[in-house]
Design a protein. Structure first.
Length: 754
């Protein structure tokens, strides 16, 4: 643990903190009860939620498959259920997934069926690539014969990515070392479709920033007839290289360099090609604009000869839906979604009416709605005509004439299923039963008639069931949380309460957790948990997992814990609510958080305004710095985890989406970057960062530390070697981090009632 050395009281604080640590060497926090709670959450995983799946719909929704482990079995069986009747049969017992010469079955991380159900593709032995385990080994099982064969030829272990069956199930395509290959399943013959893959030329997957900010990982698509493969290609040669230094695993440092475009710098040149599945020359789609100044956010096939692309401009204020002729490379614009702030691509357009129209979400009006766009005339009209946001396009039952979306007109903290006529002739109607308050998510079957339904609340762990969509009748429950709910009785002694508070003419949603022993006649310190950026809400009536359980434990240690969503967070409160933050990320949210905090202190007399703490992670870490630096009269203690002290150090796609280009909005970038306000620090501040953070670089924390030292400001700092933005790698890391946060508040923000 490092400290600034600019003032005597910094050294005194260091000595006090170290002495406290030594004195409680066998304790995580110095509070035995809190130690036990945190250990149960982060080490013993006492409150982990039962899992279902991975599951796959089969026969258009007539059935589904999932993994189920028999009692005492080494590996799960793959079973099929009839959706309506629930009839169960084992399709692939684990014993059939034992490779020749092995004794144990393959451990399935994921799987996929061929379209005819005759073959099973198994993903195993996986390794992490940035956020997810997307590289590993693939095996194919012939269900009838029982033949099990590993794909990839002489490929090294765990080097294949995104393997997919061809539409007829006779071949599998995959990415290996930034090139695309197709392997025949009858004779094992492998055809290399691209040959220029390298450290700087990426075929069939993505560069760092597309993966992080546009969710592009799997970068190729089979054509519907199996004759071609469409793919993204990235040229990163002009992108700035960032270095991560691993000082701990070897005697000398190991440096990892990767292309990371920081705000205002050069992006990868990206293009889309179509190559014959049997090998041959790539045909490139002729999209408009400089390929380094635009983003091809989505690629799909409309039919065997036509691609559908979504292309964003550099500012991400325009999303063009394009039709590209795979035979010629010619491209024409079908639809343009445009705003003065920013637009977001839809996962993929949903084609209806025999391909004569498609559905796409847009925020061009006062609300986020689903539009029906005609292919011939390009005209768009809303098919969700109500004064509310259609937040997610959940599914379509074209035979029945229904579109399903999630929305919550009455409360932005909740989410429900609605259905609307595909012709937009009537306002959407709620499908989720009124008695089921909370947050609902749906994985709708291809035929739009059934769904895997997940329902949770802030104090109710998620339960998964299969429902008939039209009636929302539950056909069967897929997870049993009864044992978990019994274990939650103790940590749930005090409820999580929702409230609304008004400040500066704006009404904000919030939640509050009080100590289980709360006495309204006394006054308590308050810890504010903050995020405050467009990537996420912090105030939702849904299961919060370990983070909310941590807040409950902190509350029982003697704090009132609260959180508030300011404008700019992605709540279902209308387009203006979400877009008002454009050009002022960090600035507007810090002012509104401070105003909301003051309003909360004024409203609730049991809160002690002389004991107010603030903490957050990532964007919330940045918000914490802004709060501590810009409102030192309000916040006495802050914990900032993995913050962005200077917005110019973050990536192009995220930061420019909400702030524009730095040269055009220099004042906005400065106003939103807490490093420029560090002279305002008066309270106790702990900065936490992982040195291996590929997302929000440790570089920013180091620059802030230098600035605080220059200013002679005392602060505390904890670096987690080689940990990423999650700060979760390695045994004991999550427990250590949350104990550190709790210990810091206990040491510097006096707990308990007075």
């Amino acid at each position: 643990m490092l400290k600034s050395t600019g003032a005597a009281r910094a050294l005194a604080a260091t000595a006090l903190l170290l002495a406290s640590t030594v004195a409680t060497a066998q304790s995580l926090t110095g509070d035995a009860g809190l130690d036990t709670r945190l250990s149960r959450i982060f080490r013993e995983r006492t409150y982990d939620v039962p899992r279902f799946g991975p599951a796959r719909w089969v026969d258009e929704g007539g059935g589904y498959t999932t993994l189920e482990r028999a009692s005492g079995a080494k590996a799960p069986d793959l079973v099929r259920y009839d959706t309506v009747s629930g009839e169960r049969r084992v399709l692939v017992p684990a014993s059939r997934l034992v490779p020749q010469g092995a004794t144990d079955p393959l451990e399935m991380a994921d799987y996929a069926w061929s379209a005819d159900g005759r073959r099973l593709l198994v993903f195993t032995n996986t390794v992490r690539v940035w956020r997810r385990n997307t590289r590993g080994d693939y095996w194919v099982l012939d269900v009838a014969s029982g033949r099990l064969r590993k794909l990839g030829g002489d490929a090294a272990p765990s080097t294949l990515m995104f393997a997919k069956f061809s539409p007829d199930g006779s071949r599998v395509a995959y990415v290996r070392a930034n090139d695309i290959f197709v392997e025949r399943l009858d004779d094992g013959r492998i055809t290399r479709l691209t040959a220029d893959g390298s450290a700087t030329t990426i075929n069939g997957t993505s560069d760092w920033v597309y993966e992080e900010e546009l969710d592009v990982r799997d970068g190729f698509r089979w054509s519907p007839d199996g004759r071609h493969v469409a793919y993204w290609q990235f040229d990163t040669t002009e992108v700035g290289q960032f270095s991560l230094v691993n000082n701990t695993d070897t005697t000398y440092p190991v440096v990892t360099r990767f292309a990371y475009p920081k705000v205002g710098t050069t992006n990868s040149a990206v293009r889309v090609g179509v190559v014959p599945a049997g090998g041959g020359k790539t045909r490139w789609m002729r999209t408009e604009g400089d390929p380094r100044q635009t983003y091809v956010a989505r690629v799909d096939w409309r039919d065997a000869d036509t691609l559908v692309l979504q292309q964003l401009d550099r500012l991400q204020q325009r999303n063009d839906v394009l039709l590209a002729d795979a035979r010629t490379g010619d491209v024409r614009r079908l639809f343009r979604d445009q705003l003065d702030t920013w637009v977001e691509p839809t996962d993929r357009p949903v084609w209806i009416d025999a391909g004569r129209a498609f559905l796409i979400a847009s925020e061009r009006g006062a609300w986020r709605h689903v539009l029906r766009v005609g292919v011939n005339d390009g005209q768009a009209r809303s098919v969700t005509p109500f004064e509310a946001d259609a937040m997610d396009l959940a599914g379509v039952d074209e035979r029945g004439g229904w579109l399903y979306v999630t929305a919550s007109p009455a409360s932005a903290t909740q989410r429900y299923l609605y259905r609307s006529r595909l012709d937009g002739g009537a306002a959407p109607e709620r499908v989720t039963p009124d008695a089921q308050a909370g947050w609902h998510e749906y994985d709708v079957a291809p035929d739009g008639r059934h769904a895997f339904h997940t329902w949770s609340r802030a104090d109710r762990p998620p339960v998964v069931d299969v429902v008939d969509l039209a009636s929302h009748r539950s056909l069967r429950t897929l997870t049993d949380t009864s044992e978990l709910e019994a274990r939650l009785v103790e940590p749930h002694r005090a409820p999580l309460e929702f409230f609304r508070v008004e400040a500066d003419g704006v009404t904000f949603d919030g939640w509050m957790i009080k100590p289980a022993s709360f006495d309204p006649a006394k006054r308590y310190p308050m810890v504010v948990y903050v995020y405050g950026e467009p990537a996420a809400q912090s105030v939702t009536d849904r299961w919060g997992g370990p983070r909310t359980l941590f807040h409950r434990a902190l509350a029982d240690a003697g704090y009132v814990v609260v959180s508030v969503d300011t404008r700019g967070t992605p709540a279902s409160r209308g387009t203006a609510w979400r877009k008002v933050v454009y050009g002022s990320i960090g600035d507007l949210s810090s002012r509104e958080h401070a105003a909301a905090t003051r309003a909360i202190l004024a409203r609730f007399p049991f809160l002690d305004r002389s004991r107010v703490g603030l903490w957050g992670w990532s964007g919330g870490g940045t918000s914490t710095l802004n709060g501590m630096f810009r409102h030192p009269d309000l916040y006495q203690v802050g914990v900032s985890v993995a913050p962005v002290p200077d917005q110019r150090l973050y990536d192009t796609i995220y930061q420019e989406r909400y702030m524009g280009l730095p040269d055009a909005n220099a004042a906005g970038y400065k106003a939103g970057s807490p490093i420029h306000y560090a002279e305002g620090l008066r309270g106790k501040l702990l900065i936490v960062h992982g040195t291996g953070d590929d997302n929000v670089h440790f570089q920013g924390a180091e620059r802030l530390i230098n600035r605080l030292i220059e200013l002679g400001k005392p602060f505390d700092m904890m670096a987690y070697p080689n940990r990423t933005h999650a700060i979760a790698e390695g045994p004991g890391t999550s427990l250590h981090l949350h104990a550190l946060i709790a210990r810091y508040f206990l040491a510097h923000l006096r707990p308990g009632p007075e």
